[in-house]
Design a binder for this molecule. Structure first.
Ligand SMILES: *Cc1c(COP(=O)(O)O)cnc(C)c1O
Length: 271
């Protein structure tokens, strides 16, 4: 896939700069991190930007990208696949990180290896059903394998609502509001995910509440993660931190930060 060399250099430079910021933030031991904590991974959020940018990032070494709209993500992922850009031996992993309507699960399991925005029981059921259908069609040689097939399961992260000023209600993501389940629902959802064939509970995800100090919010997320891990030790991922608050998220134990604008440049509001 063709891309502009200057743009590729810009993306590579910014990607490396964010990696340095992450490495620096990882030396902060004032919160949840210890000497032995791993350096968080960087997921590049490529929403709004063209597939050619993703191709440039892949060539620079990026193997993990995030998207928040199925329609856009499915097109980009298939464009890159058609180009045989990401090979089976060295795949590009697409994470779905946005509010997800249940009827889009069918499409998402085709290209996403993980979903970071699982916030309600009905979505768990839809993802499990979609994964099972795709798998049986693959086994009947009617369709490609689900994207997560090589890993053995679709990783699901439970999105937690950290905003204490709103009353959380299941399914609000589907209603178009800022997504996230309440803390009490986390354990129930984890049970449901672990009980579903083809799904695996990988941890928790959150977006810091708008206009509030992110530190106490991310500290709460860390506590929820600890609680979850008591019963599900494998669910050890904490997906937290964006361009504006990644240091705070890392201080509180983020294992994967989702960075868009600091690497890609700014996008129109609400994208
Ligand atoms: C867009 C988006 C990001 C990246 O945001 P930036 O501020 O551009 O880094 C991270 N997480 C989610 C869920 C997003 O929708």
């Amino acid at each position: 896939m063709q891309y502009n060399q200057q743009r590729a250099e810009e993306l590579t430079r910014r990607w490396r700069a964010v990696q340095e910021t992450i490495a620096e933030a990882a030396t902060d031991h004032s919160g949840a991190r210890t000497e032995t904590s791993a350096v968080p991974e960087l997921m590049v959020v490529t929403k709004f930007f063209p597939a050619s940018d993703v191709a440039a990032l892949y060539d620079a070494g990026v193997r993990r990208v995030g998207e928040n709209r199925d329609q856009e993500a499915s097109v980009k992922a298939s464009q890159l696949r058609e180009e045989h850009l990401d090979t089976e031996a060295d795949p590009l992993c697409w994470s779905f990180i946005g509010q997800l309507q249940s009827n889009k699960a069918k499409s998402v399991v085709k290209y996403a290896t993980e979903v970071h925005s699982v916030d309600r029981a009905s979505l768990v059921k839809s993802l499990a059903k979609a994964y099972a259908n795709q798998l049986s069609r693959y086994e009947a040689e009617e369709a490609p394998a689900p994207a997560a097939h090589a890993r053995g399961a679709l990783d699901c992260l439970i999105q937690v609502n950290l905003d204490q000023n709103t009353t959380p209600s299941a399914g609000h993501a589907a209603e178009g509001q800022r997504g996230g389940t309440s803390m009490d629902e986390v354990m129930q959802l984890a049970e449901l995910i672990e009980g579903a064939d083809g799904l695996r509970c990988a941890g928790v995800m959150a977006v810091a509440p708008l206009g509030q100090d992110p530190d106490p919010a991310f500290e709460r997320l860390f506590d929820i993660s600890q609680h979850l891990r008591q019963e599900h030790p494998e669910a050890d991922q904490i997906s937290a931190g964006m361009s504006g608050d990644l240091e705070s998220a890392i201080r509180w134990g983020s294992t994967v930060v989702r960075v868009g604008s600091q690497i890609m440049g700014s996008r129109p509001q609400n994208v």
